[in-house]
Every structure is written in structure tokens, then in C-alpha cells.
Design a binder for this molecule. Structure first.
Ligand code: S3P
Length: 433
């Protein structure tokens, strides 16, 4: 599928986005190992979360309502998953593979985990090494544990682990394994990453403590099924909120999205760039802060995005780079080497594709420098098979003169199948072909 956008229309209106991807994965996974039923409302219906659901089914979990936003997971109550005869296909989803490895580390049978060509290039060592230390046997295709992964779980020991990179997936995998270990597992992070696992474990009744950059979980834990109401995904809303920030005379409101501070770094960046960002109707929903967020367009200036802000904006960096092309001055993204091991090398992908539109962008080993104020011209660009690159390029296309064609755009279905429809509902000219 190709996505075709025509530039220069202003965006206006209120919109909803589907449920948060990270929270949806976790609701299914925790529901699977809890005792009793877990009801998931507003669960994301998109390829990544379907990968988690299918893997869990293969491991013997009964899940009702797959393919709809209302799901019931019938928990197996502890380390009672069944061995899968077939390899577990995690598709494009790093979250599925890494979090599942944490759970399977406590299951004394052999599992094979694999994924698509993108996932097979992503290192699993950040999860495999600590899980080995806890007692699991894990092999990958290379020294960095590229998938396919072959593993055999066992009775686990608790560990104390300092993560070399701020990664919520790595943190979560260790915490999930820690649920099954005898004693307290401690994880130290170098900077705050998304904390949905910690919040949700609390809701499922686990003993979990957070102090500054350290999380402790006490095992063995007995999780109790609960109801999870998934807020709107801020990373999906970010495409429209960022676009509205930079397109003059635009104003859009995202209804009911997560404003968890570990996810809302992009709103801080938009404010720093000079946009008006307003939060209304702030509330706590299922342990997560939620609000309606309005962004009003204006003249933006460049910003520096680095340090602790990076893990809190990690999935929004491609779209922030896209709008920085139309800001005044220079935007610098540093300390973001993690972008190189996402669904694509997002630094290389965004630099090469934004240049095709006429942007002046320099590649750094750990980020990029975007020179604002260049006039973008519509062009043919490639998604690199990466959903967030495809959608960020569609937003860049809105800033360009004429027509931009994003090739290989089926991948938007990984996290946000309704992206073109929501974009059109706000007044953009967009077509699928
Ligand atoms: C995710 C964590 C982030 C993020 C990914 C989802 C999660 O990855 O980029 O899209 O659900 O835990 P890392 O934790 O590897 O940075």
C-alpha cells in the first residue's frame, strides 16, 4: 500500500486514537499469568498486539474477543503456560519477544521465538543476559542474541541488575521473571523509561516498590486478574499533535490519551519549540494519568532533545524530526543511539527520507541535526518497513509543496491501522493506493 499526502492543509478538530500499544501488550501478558479473568477494555487492535495474543494462545491461554477492543484473558495462574509445538512468531514486535522471554524464563520447557526480518535484526542480549543470570538457558543466532531465540526456563534466582540502556522492555522482562523467583529482584535504570509494567503489576496485586531509578519486585508473586481500561496511545496521537503544532492556523485535540510523564516528553518538546499545549479533563484511569490534549499551531523554533528526555520521547523522535524541518533554527537530537535498533534504523531512515523531501539534515552516530526553514517539496519516499517512519513521513508530506508518496506503508497496521482515516478527518488530503 502507498500513502499519498498533499501538503499545506491546516488541521482542525478533535480525534480519538486506539488503545496504547505498550499497555495493551502488558494487559494480555499479565492477564495470562494471573489467576482468574482479566478484562481488557479499549485494547489496541493492531498487528503487534495480535502477535502477543497469538503467542499466548499458542502457549495455552484462552483469550476471548481477539481482534476486538474488548478482550477477556483467562489466566493460567502462575508458571502454568503450556509448551508450544510451533515456534512463537512475534512478528514485528520487540515488546512481545522481550516480555515473553521474561515469562518463559520461568517455564521449564523449550521455546523458540522468532519474528519478521526487522525483528530478526534486533538484539535480545539486553534481556537474554540477565535472564541467563537468573537461571534460564538462552541461545540466539549471534553473540548479541539476534532472533530466532531458543530458550529453556527453570526455577529462577532473584538478581540485582543495572541496565546499561534505559529500556522499558528490558526492565519489564526482568521484572516479569522476578515474579517467579524466590526473593527480591532489583532493576536499576540509567534514566526513567516507561513505567506501565510497574503500575500494572501493582494493579494485579504484586509487591512492587519504586524508588528513584530502582524497581524492586518480590517473588514469588500471585497475580490476581483485574480489569484494565487502556488509555489512548500518546505515540499515535503524537503524529497529529506534532503536525498541528507546526502548521499555521491548526488546532487539534486528542481525546483520552495517556499523559504518563514517562511518555509525554514530546509535549514538553512541543512547548519548548513554542507550541501551545493544553491539558483538559485530567484524570487517573486504571492507575494511568489520562487527559484530553489540545495543541495549537504557531511559529516553532528549534530545540535540543537529549539526555533523560530521550527515553521519554523515544517513539516520537521520528515525527519530531519531521516537524523540526519547518521550525526556525536548528534542532539537535543526541543520546538517541537506541533509535538505530528499533523497527528500522530510525536515524538512517529519517535522515535519508527527509533529505528526499529537500530537508537539510545531518546524521550523527546518536541522533541528527535538523536545520529548520528549508522548503520541502513533495517526493517519493520509503517507510523502511517501519510504521513510525511511514507515519512521520506522512506528516513531513503535509509540510511539503505538492504530493508526497510514502511507499510500503502497510506497516502502519503494526500500531495504528486507522492513521490515514484520522488524518483525513482533521482536514488533511490523504489517500491510500
Ligand atoms: C516499549 C518500550 C520502548 C518503545 C517501544 C515499546 C514497551 O522500547 O520504543 O515502542 O512497550 O516497553 P525500549 O524499551 O526498548 O526502549
Amino acid at each position: 500500500m502507498k500513502l499519498i499526502v498533499r501538503g499545506k492543509a491546516k488541521l482542525r478538530g478533535a480525534f480519538s486514537v486506539p488503545g496504547d500499544k505498550s499497555i495493551s501488550h502488558r494487559a494480555l501478558l499479565l492477564g495470562a499469568i494471573a489467576t482468574g479473568e482479566t478484562r481488557v477494555e479499549n485494547c489496541l487492535v493492531a498487528e503487534d498486539v495480535l502477535s502477543t495474543a497469538r503467542c499466548l494462545q499458542q502457549l495455552g491461554v484462552q483469550i476471548d474477543g481477539i481482534g476486538t477492543p474488548s478482550i477477556i484473558v483467562h489466566g493460567v495462574g502462575g508458571a502454568n503456560l503450556k509448551q508450544s509445538e510451533e515456534p512463537l512468531d512475534c512478528g514485528n514486535s520487540g515488546t512481545t519477544m522481550r516480555l515473553l522471554m521474561g515469562i518463559l524464563a520461568a517455564h521449564a520447557f523449550e521455546s523458540w521465538l522468532t519474528g519478521d526480518s526487522s525483528l530478526q535484526k534486533r538484539p535480545m542480549d539486553r534481556v537474554a543476559i540477565p535472564l541467563q543470570r537468573m537461571g534460564a538457558k538462552i541461545e540466539g543466532r549471534t553473540e548479541r542474541f539476534l532472533p530466532p531465540i531458543r530458550m529453556r526456563g527453570s526455577k529462577l534466582r532473584p538478581i540485582e541488575w543495572a541496565l546499561p540502556v534505559a529500556s522499558a522492555q528490558a526492565k519489564s522482562a526482568i521484572l516479569l521473571a522476578g515474579l517467579f523467583a524466590d526473593g527480591t529482584t532489583l532493576v536499576h535504570e540509567p534514566a526513567p523509561s516507561r513505567d506501565h509494567t510497574e503500575r500494572m503489576l501493582q494493579a494485579f496485586g504484586a509487591k512492587i516498590f519504586v524508588k528513584e531509578l530502582t524497581v524492586a519486585v518480590v517473588g514469588p508473586a500471585k497475580l490476581k486478574g483485574t480489569t484494565v481500561i487502556v488509555p489512548g496511545d500518546p505515540s499515535s496521537a503524537a503524529f497529529f499533535l506534532c503536525a498541528a503544532a507546526v502548521i499555521p492556523d491548526s488546532e487539534v485535540t486528542a481525546l483520552g490519551i495517556s499523559v504518563n510523564p514517562t511518555r509525554s516528553g514530546y509535549l514538553e518538546v512541543l512547548k519548548q519549540m513554542g507550541a501551545t499545549v493544553l491539558l483538559h479533563n485530567e484524570r487517573i484511569q486504571g492507575g494511568e494519568p489520562v487527559a484530553d490534549v489540545t495543541v495549537r499551531g504557531g511559529k516553532l523554533k528549534g530545540a535540543t532533545i537529549s539526555g533523560d528526555l530521550i527515553p521519554r520521547t523515544i517513539d516520537e523522535l521520528p515525527v519530531l524530526a519531521a516537524i523540526a524541518t519547518n521550525a526556525e533554527g536548528v534542532t539537535v537530537i543526541r543520546d538517541a543511539q537506541e533509535l538505530r535498533v528499533k523497527e528500522s534504523d530510525r536515524i538512517a531512515a529519517m535522515v535519508s527520507e527527509l533529505r528526499k523531501l529537500g530537508a537539510q539534515v545531518e546524521e550523527l552516530p546518536d541522533g541528527m541535526v535538523v536545520h529548520g526553514g528549508s522548503k520541502l517539496m513533495g517526493a517519493e519516499v520509503q517507510s523502511h518497513g517501519d510504521h513510525r517512519v511511514a507515519m512521520a513521513l506522512a506528516i513531513a508530506g503535509l509540510l511539503a509543496e505538492g504530493e508526497t508518496v510514502i511507499h510500503d506503508a502497510d506497516c502502519v497496521a503494526i500500531s495504528f491501522p486507522q492513521f490515514p482515516q484520522v488524518l483525513a478527518s482533521l482536514g488533511a488530503e490523504v489517500e491510500m493506493a
